[in-house]
Design a binder for this molecule. Structure first.
Ligand code: ASP
Ligand code: MG
Length: 393
C-alpha cells in the first residue's frame, strides 16, 4: 500500500511539530505502507520570503522569485528527513526537480504537466520514506518553478495520482472540513465525508482548507483524498465521489477578499470583450450580472485596482460610460447540491439575512452554490445567521 501524506506550514512550524509530523509518517510506515511525505514551507516563511523580495525590488523578476520561494519548502523537507533519520527511520528528501515534477514554462503560478516517478520509486524500493518539497517543480529548461500560493496540496494530489497511491492524506491544524468557519459560526459541524464538487466549491470560495486545484485534480484522477488533524488522531473529512450526507446544504463560506466592479453603458455594452480583457490579465470574474445599461461582477480584491485601470483605459472601445470599484463588500455563499431545485433554500437564506437586517447588493444562484454580495462589515453576522438557519445552533 502506498500513502501520500502532506503537512502544511502550520503543522511544521516548531521543532516539536516537525517531530510530530515525522512520528505520524513513521506510524504509517510501521503499518507496512510505502510513504511519500509532501511538505510545505514552515509557518509563515513563504510570506517572509516575499517580504524580503519586496524590500529589494517592488516587482521582482518572476524566475528569481521562484528560486527564492522554493527555498521555504527545501528547509522543511531537510528538517523532516533529518528528524526521521535521527529516529532510525530511513528517509531522503527530494526537491521538486529531483522528484521529477515537470511543470509548464511559467513562473509563480505554473501547472504540473507530468511527474517522472523513477527516483521516488527507487527510494521507496530501498525502504525509505521519501520527503518531497511541495509547491515546486521544474520547467522544460530545468528552471525552478512554483505552482501558486497554497499549492503544496496540489503537489501531494499530483504525486498520489502519478504514483497510483491508495490514499492522499492532508494533515493540517484543523481536524476536517466544517459547515462554516468554526471561529465565525458557533456549532459548525465537521463533515465526515464531503463530495468532490462541494469541496471544490468550498475551496474555490475561500474555505481555506484545501487548494482548489488539488480537489479538481483529485476528482479527475480519482484520488482518495482526506483532511486530517496533525494534532489529534480523531476526526477528519474524507472527500469522496458521493454527493454528501444528510442535508442538501454542506456549508456557508464567506469571502472577504473580493471587490465589486460596476460598469455602465448606453446599450448592453460589450460584455464579452470586458471579460476577455480581464481574462487576458489573469483576472477571474465571478458573480456576473448584466442588465441593459449596467453590469456588475466581482474580482479578487487584490486585483480590483488593475481591473479598474484596465476597464477605464479601454472604456471608449468597450462602450462604457463609467466604471467604479467597491471593495467594501463580502461574498457569502451557500454550498451544497440541488440548491435551485428546492426554491425554499434560497428563500431561507435570504430570510436569514433579512432577519439580521443585512442588505443584499446582488445574488447569483446555481444548483451547487448560491452567492450573495453583502456589506463587508456584515460578513460574520451573515455567516452566523445563515449557518443557524441551516444547521441550527
Ligand atoms: N508555501 C507555499 C505557500 O505558502 C505553498 C503552500 O503552503 O502550500 O503558499
Ligand atoms: Mg495550505
Amino acid at each position: 500500500m502506498l500513502t501520500v501524506i502532506k503537512f502544511g506550514g502550520s503543522s511544521l512550524a516548531t521543532a516539536e511539530k516537525i517531530y510530530n509530523a515525522a512520528a505520524i509518517a513513521w506510524d504509517h510506515k510501521k503499518q507496512g505502507k510505502d510513504v511519500v511525505m509532501v511538505v510545505s514551507a514552515r509557518g509563515k516563511s513563504t510570506d517572509e520570503l516575499l517580504l524580503q523580495a519586496s524590500r529589494i525590488v517592488r516587482e521582482p523578476d518572476t524566475r528569481e522569485l521562484d528560486v527564492l520561494l522554493s527555498t521555504g519548502e527545501q528547509v522543511s523537507m531537510s528538517l523532516v528527513a533529518m528528524q526521521l533519520i535521527s529516529m532510525g527511520v530511513p528517509a531522503v528528501s527530494l526537491c521538486g526537480w529531483q522528484a521529477g515534477i515537470l511543470t509548464e514554462d511559467k513562473h509563480n503560478s505554473s501547472r504540473i504537466i507530468s511527474i517522472h516517478t523513477e527516483r521516488i520509486l527507487e527510494e521507496l524500493r530501498s525502504g525509505r520514506i521519501v520527503v518531497v518539497a511541495g509547491f515546486q517543480g521544474v520547467d522544460s529548461r530545468g528552471d525552478i518553478t512554483t505552482i501558486g500560493r497554497g499549492g503544496s496540496d496540489t503537489s501531494a494530489v499530483a504525486l498520489a495520482a502519478a504514483l497510483g497511491a491508495d490514499e492522499c492524506l492532508i494533515y493540517t491544524d484543523v481536524d476536517g472540513v466544517y459547515s462554516a468557519d468554526p471561529n465565525m459560526a458557533e456549532g459548525a459541524l465537521r463533515h465526515t465525508t464531503l463530495g468532490y464538487d462541494q469541496m471544490l466549491e468550498m475551496a474555490s470560495l475561500g474555505a481555506g482548507v484545501l487548494h482548489n486545484r488539488s480537489v479538481e485534480l483529485a476528482k479527475s484522477k480519482g484520488v482518495k483524498l482526506s483532511v486530517l488533524s496533525s494534532l489529534s488522531s480523531s476526526g477528519g473529512t474524507e472527500i469522496a465521489p458521493q454527493p454528501m450526507e444528510g442535508s442538501r446544504v454542506s456549508g456557508v463560506i464567506c469571502d472577504k477578499k473580493t471587490a465589486l466592479l460596476e460598469m455602465f453603458s448606453q446599450g448592453i455594452g460589450d460584455l464579452p470583450d470586458v471579460l476577455q480583457l480581464l481574462a487576458q490579465s489573469g483576472i477571474g470574474a465571478d458573480m456576473i450580472i448584466s442588465h441593459t445599461g449596467r453590469t456588475g461582477l466581482t474580482v479578487p480584491q487584490n486585483r480590483a485596482k488593475d481591473a479598474l485601470r484596465l476597464l477605464l483605459d479601454n472604456a471608449d472601445r468597450l462602450g462604457l460610460s463609467s466604471v467604479c470599484a467597491d471593495t467594501n463588500v463580502a461574498k457569502l455563499s451557500l454550498v451544497g447540491c440541488g440548491l435551485c431545485s428546492d426554491a425554499c433554500v434560497a428563500a431561507r437564506m435570504l430570510g436569514a439575512l433579512k432577519e439580521q437586517g443585512i442588505h443584499i447588493r446582488s445574488m447569483v444562484a446555481a444548483e451547487i452554490k448560491i452567492s450573495v454580495l453583502i456589506p463587508y462589515a456584515d460578513a460574520e453576522q451573515g455567516v452566523r445567521g445563515v449557518h443557524r438557519e441551516f444547521f441550527g445552533k
